[in-house]
Design a protein around this ligand. Sequence first.
Ligand SMILES: [Fe+2]
Length: 198
Amino acid sequence: MPAARPHPLPGLLAWFARERPQVLAHGKRVAALMEMLAEELGLPPAERERWRLGGLLHDLGKAWVPRRLLQADRRLSPRERQCLARHPEAGAALLQRWLAPELAAPLLPFLLLHHERPDGRGYPFGLKGSGLPLEVALLSVADAYAAMRERRPYAAPRSEQAARSELQAGAGEQFHPRAVALFLRALGPAASRPSPAP
Ligand SMILES: [Fe+2]
């Protein structure tokens, strides 16, 4: 575990890369999508960088989750799912241990709230409705899209069209409809996207 004093961001990223390289690789794909979204919205550079870092670090708390759970190619037990579901709070706590408050605070909503859902069935708080910041609602969509397009221990990559359809089907329940619409618009026509990363 990291020491309880502020560390600069590069140190945190190097530690995360050593601890959970596959989680960080997924974070990089989500970060690229978040940059794309920030650009689509014409945000200023500082805000783009915050969105990029939010994507990169959103699953930091998985450094706290045992590797065997992250790599499991079977259905997790209820107790294991509970453990995994603690990664948003674990990530927020880790971020606050590593970074000074002025660096950590703008990134915390990404780590803490990216598994909330508009139907209230998300975690850790079960926040219902449209109260989430737009950037967090977008992160939740980008995270799901990237995950569907990647090879996972328990699933083959989905086609782009299947991933898009899944997002549309989840709009209003799992995902905020505005975030889905914005994401799909920013992604552009299906045929223009490159193949998924190996
Ligand atoms: Fe997550």
